[in-house]
Design a protein around this ligand. Structure first.
Ligand SMILES: C[S@@+](CC[C@H](N)C(=O)[O-])C[C@H]1O[C@@H](n2cnc3c(N)ncnc32)[C@H](O)[C@@H]1O
Length: 276
């Protein structure tokens, strides 16, 4: 598929998606901390007073992640996205510059002027990641950092949930956040294979700092809460998370389970040739 055709299809969803009302999920702190841990760790790694690029900024949830992780908003930030509606909305929320972009190009940024880049949950919406990787490398300073967080296509619980979603009763569907659902279905996501992505980053010229595989059971917790309406994370059942998370951490030491993790985090740097 051509880059423009794919972009057009994604745009249809995200233009609509940007118009939704904010429906922040009412998650308990413990549960929330579990689900966003990898993003927060990455945002702490990126922390800088210099210019940050938010690639695929959407409505700004990632900016809030940065604030949560570092206890302050970025000093200087530029956000880019394919969806015009997202840009119009986020501009009203934050005093940074935001731009609608196309074909994975960021012409408003000169070479080597960005210190840190993050791209959260964008990879599973594009097959043109190699162009993004090259463009990000171009705008990064030598030694600059690039954080990628995304959802893989390897977690069996998530894949099973997607397959049966259209058959679940409406009252359960309604409990899923509106940014996930469109016309009662969860839109297809494009495959995110961690090993291929790491290979592509190396070929593009990045140095790998860290590759993390996280979350085997997040999805199961999420469905339990929604279907059984137990509010496990908030009430007296809260303690059941602890042994399950212990088990998850234990299992994730092994490659066979790492390969099934739901969330991928990658920390890479643009090589600093003067340091060698
Ligand atoms: C799931 S949202 C994530 C938004 C935000 N990063 C966050 O974490 O809340 C994905 C965003 O990526 C944008 N997007 C998808 N493909 C893109 C591309 N090739 N270039 C720039 N933005 C893209 C979409 O318009 C959407 O706003």
């Amino acid at each position: 598929m051509s880059i423009l055709k794919e972009e057009k299809e994604q745009k249809i969803f995200f233009e609509l998606n940007a118009l939704r009302e904010d429906d922040k999920q009412n998650l308990d702190e413990y549960f929330l901390a579990y689900s966003i841990q990898a993003t927060l760790d990455g945002m702490r790694w990126l922390n800088t007073d210099e210019l940050i690029l938010d690639y695929g900024c959407g409505l700004g949830d990632s900016i809030e992640m940065y604030r949560l992780a570092n206890n302050s908003y970025p000093s200087s930030l530029i956000g880019v996205d394919i969806a015009k509606n997202a840009i119009s909305k986020i501009e009203k929320k934050y005093a940074y510059n935001f731009y609608q972009i196309t074909e994975n190009k960021i012409p408003m940024l000169q070479d080597g002027i960005v210190s840190s880049v993050y791209m959260i949950n964008v990879l599973h919406h594009t097959t043109t990641r190699n162009q993004i990787f090259c463009e990000v490398l171009r705008v990064l300073k030598p030694g600059g950092k690039f954080l990628i967080i995304d959802i893989t296509d390897k977690n069996l619980f998530i894949e099973f949930g997607r397959k049966i979603f259209m058959y679940v009763p409406g009252y359960i569907k309604k409990q899923f956040s509106k940014d996930l659902i469109i016309e009662n279905t969860i839109p297809e996501k494009l495959p995110v294979d961690p090993d291929t992505i790491v290979g592509d980053l190396i070929s593009a010229g990045y140095e790998i700092e860290r590759v993390g595989r996280h979350s085997l059971f997040f999805f199961v917790f999420d469905w339990f809460e929604k279907i059984l309406k137990l509010e496990i994370s908030k009430g007296k059942y809260k303690n059941i998370y602890k042994p399950i998370l212990w088990l998850e951490n234990f299992l994730l030491r092994y490659k066979i389970f790492q390969n099934r993790s739901a969330i991928l985090s990658i920390w890479v740097k643009k090589p600093n040739l003067h340091e060698k």
